[in-house]
Design a protein around this ligand. Structure first.
Ligand code: HEC
Ligand code: HEC
Ligand code: HEC
Ligand code: HEC
Ligand code: HEC
Length: 215
């Protein structure tokens, strides 16, 4: 009885077994190669629809980050404030400013101001602000001196290596729990040892295993 398949096909499962993972690996590489520079460009500073300045509001006026990003302690994402938050002041301040026209418009119509995102991780990576804030990692450690930025820009690469560098040795990035939003807090002026801080209930232990950040 002649064989239906030539003898060499006996090896197909072996070949598939060897090539498929390579194919998977090159797919991951392609995804990494084509998409990650977009997400990891330090210095990325998109133009925004309103000339809102953190340097003026968070720096000179000294408004706390949490006044606007009010979910950052409790949620994964730090909320971008609605126009109503701005209008708490701008109903009285600069009421005829042209630059505030889109804010007044959004307040009237309820349609969100189309702010352009600056920081954005790919979907396959999991990040949550609240445990970082609860552990006493300052906004400045990941976002830089936002209080000095007229236009927000990316200061850290948000790459896997960057996350892991801190997760392997978080201690130098920890500060007193009530200093998280203080842009002027400086470890070289105020030496701080988290192990001697009685307000901390436990030692921090950030994940370094894959499923910690890829769920
Ligand atoms: C008066 C309100 C207000 C305050 C106070 C404020 N922000 Fe913002 N923040 C905004 C708005 C509006 C945006 C979106 C527009 C932009 O990117 O500039 C934003 C954007 C950001 C972004 C970029 C978000 C993205 O798209 O990736 C970061 C990071 C940020 N703020 C951090 C901070 C920090 C840190 C502080 C405290 C030092 C702070 N903000 C204080 C209103 C505020
Ligand atoms: C451990 C690093 C880290 C710390 C600390 C941190 N952020 Fe972020 N922040 C990120 C990352 C990463 C993203 C992008 C998140 C994503 O794409 O899911 C981000 C995004 C944001 C955004 C855009 C909206 C969002 O949540 O995606 C705002 C606004 C923001 N951060 C404000 C703050 C403020 C205010 C603080 C301090 C209270 C803070 N961040 C502390 C890493 C950090
Ligand atoms: C706590 C009060 C307060 C809040 C909240 C606030 N602002 Fe302001 N804003 C001010 C003050 C004060 C000035 C400066 C006025 C001056 O130059 O004399 C200002 C100036 C501005 C200007 C410049 C206007 C011009 O014509 O020079 C813009 C734009 C602006 N704010 C946008 C925003 C946006 C967007 C928000 C909400 C995300 C916001 N502000 C929230 C107080 C506030
Ligand atoms: C500057 C230091 C620092 C950086 C940068 C940092 N982390 Fe963390 N991370 C921590 C600390 C501290 C904790 C808290 C651990 C604890 O409470 O035991 C933590 C906890 C976590 C947790 C566990 C809590 C949870 O939500 O389940 C995840 C997941 C996480 N980080 C993801 C990330 C990712 C993704 C990045 C990069 C985009 C990142 N982290 C960057 C310091 C950092
Ligand atoms: C602390 C959080 C964290 C841990 C732990 C982690 N990753 Fe990641 N990983 C990320 C982030 C954030 C990205 C997205 C990086 C980017 O956008 O450049 C990423 C990206 C990747 C990518 C896409 C390729 C690349 O490098 O951009 C692969 C594959 C990957 N991780 C595999 C793993 C494996 C395997 C492990 C366990 C050994 C692991 N990760 C552990 C945060 C983490």
């Amino acid at each position: 009885m002649p064989a239906i398949f030539p003898r060499w096909t006996n090896n197909v499962p072996i070949v598939v077994g060897l090539v498929a993972p390579l194919g998977g690996a090159s797919l991951i590489f392609a995804v990494w190669y084509w998409f990650s520079p977009w997400f990891t460009d330090v210095g990325y500073r998109p133009e925004q629809p309103v000339a809102y300045s953190h340097k003026l509001h968070a720096g000179e006026l000294g408004i706390d980050c949490r006044y606007c990003h009010n979910t950052v302690e409790k949620a994964a994402h730090a909320a971008i404030p609605p126009a109503a938050t701005c209008m708490n002041c701008h109903e009285l301040v600069k009421t005829d400013s042209k630059r505030l026209e889109p804010v007044r418009e959004s307040y009237k119509t309820g349609e969100a101001i189309p702010w352009v995102r600056v920081h954005q991780l790919p979907d396959y990576a999991y990040f949550n602000h609240s445990p970082h804030v609860a552990a006493g990692v300052g906004c400045a450690s990941c976002h830089g001196r936002v209080d000095q930025m007229v236009v927000v820009e990316m200061k850290q690469p948000l790459s896997m290596g960057w996350c892991l560098d801190c997760h392997r040795d978080p201690k130098p990035n920890l500060r007193p729990l009530d200093q998280v939003t203080n842009m002027n807090w400086d470890a070289s002026e105020t030496p701080y040892d988290p192990d001697r801080d009685a307000s901390r209930k436990r030692k921090v232990n950030p994940p370094t295993h894959c499923s910690g950040c890829h769920r």
